[in-house]
Ligand binder design. Structure first.
Ligand code: BEZ
Length: 221
């Protein structure tokens, strides 16, 4: 089965995009990356999503994350549709602030496991699902999500998970349910109590539970 699992390295594919031909690893450089596919240009939900992504591009930039979109449409369609996206976004005179890959032959979508077999074009060919890959500076897959065409994504949630991924890449912590930047985090189970005291100068609070086990350890970083 083609597709990517967490920890897999993204291939250094060559692709036609709205900014010309790219080699993916060169495009990413040493940055984090987010590659997000959509089913089709000139469709309603996709327009709202890419407009939201455009409005949030400063937030992705702040986090050092390079953005790139993908669908099975052509570069010409991407360029024409980008104007609609930016008009919808309320910035008709600004270019779309990130490139879009034109995967007309679906080679990349097949390789990366992005196709939705239930969503087809007029020729009966599958469209790309709403797939998101967050890629670390080591070019490895840190997070993936896959939504069907009928459910638009939440790009604020993508920023939230990037905050979590970047924090947990540096510190031996994990982020609990509904965590937001600045909230308390949890010490990962592999850290001993002695090591936790050493690592977390703000202190560690352990929540007592009926089992008597001490795994619910919170700290502020
Ligand atoms: C949309 O973006 O609205 C859409 C695209 C393909 C199928 C369903 C919805």
């Amino acid at each position: 089965m083609p597709g990517l699992l967490l920890g897999d390295a993204l291939p250094n594919f060559e692709a036609e995009t709205t900014i010309g031909t790219i080699k993916f690893h060169d495009f990413l450089g040493t940055s984090w990356g987010i590659l997000f596919s959509h089913p089709r240009d000139f469709t309603p939900v996709c327009t709202t999503e890419l407009a939201r992504a455009a409005r949030l591009c400063g937030e992705f930039e702040k986090r050092g994350v390079k953005m790139i979109a993908l669908s099975i449409d052509s570069v010409e369609d991407h360029k024409a549709w980008s104007k609609d996206v930016m008009a919808y976004s309320g910035e008709p005179d600004r270019p779309l602030p990130y490139p879009i890959i034109a995967d007309n032959k679906r080679e990349l979508s097949v390789q990366l496991g992005m196709l939705d077999p239930d969503e087809k074009d007029q020729q009966g060919m599958p469209l790309t699902a709403r797939c998101v890959f967050v890629i670390g500076p080591d070019k490895k897959l840190k997070l993936s999500i896959l939504y069907p065409a009928t459910t638009g994504r939440n790009f604020d949630e993508l920023l939230r998970v990037i905050d979590s991924l970047q924090l947990t890449a540096q510190k031996q912590v994990a982020t609990p349910v509904d965590w937001k930047c600045g909230d308390k985090v949890m010490v990962v189970p592999s850290v001993s109590e002695a090591k936790a005291v050493e690592l977390f100068s703000n202190g560690v609070t352990t929540k007592e539970v009926p089992s008597g086990k001490t795994y619910l350890r919170f700290t502020q970083v």
